[in-house]
Design a protein. Structure first.
Length: 186
């Protein structure tokens, strides 16, 4: 090692003043480039990555806040429906109720059939398939609106309307209506 250092020292001593300056400038430039590549570039990359992670985290936070608001809205609507289900003590048979609403809407029900509904943990669903034949659009709308406005929690599902071949101004309408009650209440 001492021999190598001695050779470098001898080489340096044999250089002219301008060669020494040039070599010194080259050495400083080389050292600055090494310093830049080893220290500055990794720091810049780390800062850039940290900035990107902050942006991603902020986007995720905004998404979570938006999802939380949506969850709270849905939870609020669910709470209102659950209160309606729990406070509705009228145990009127859904078939009788649907017949009564049809009568008020001046609609003749062609058929009503109970369908199986999936079991729930807290509520029992009663599903009825209702068929109307030869009704006007206004009659169908009035009947569906009366179901929607009923105090008891009713849900209209799978609505199908078809015009009649013999009288195009009339419709055949089929839909399912579900009612709910608290399991164990009663």
């Amino acid at each position: 090692m001492a021999e190598l250092w001695g050779r470098i020292r001898a080489f340096w001593d044999n250089l002219s003043q301008s060669e020494r300056r040039l070599l010194s400038a080259l050495g400083v430039t080389f050292a600055a480039a090494i310093l830049y590549l080893i220290v500055i570039v990794p720091i810049e990359n780390a800062m850039s990555n940290a900035h990107n992670r902050v942006e991603v985290a902020e986007d995720q936070l905004q998404s979570m806040l938006r999802l939380r608001r949506q969850f709270e809205q849905v939870n609020g609507r669910l709470a209102v429906i659950e209160r309606r289900i729990q406070t509705n003590r009228e145990r009127r048979d859904i078939f009788t109720l649907l017949e009564s609403l049809a009568s008020r809407a001046q609609v003749k029900v062609d058929s009503m059939e109970q369908r199986t509904a999936p079991e729930g943990d807290r509520y029992r669903e009663t599903r009825v398939e209702v068929a109307l034949r030869g009704v006007t659009l206004q009659q169908a709308v009035n009947y569906l609106k009366s179901i929607e406005l009923e105090n008891r929690v009713l849900s209209v599902k799978s609505l199908r309307m078809r015009t009649r071949a013999d009288k195009p101004e009339l419709l055949d309408v089929t839909f399912s209506v579900s009612s709910f009650e608290v399991i164990g209440a009663g």
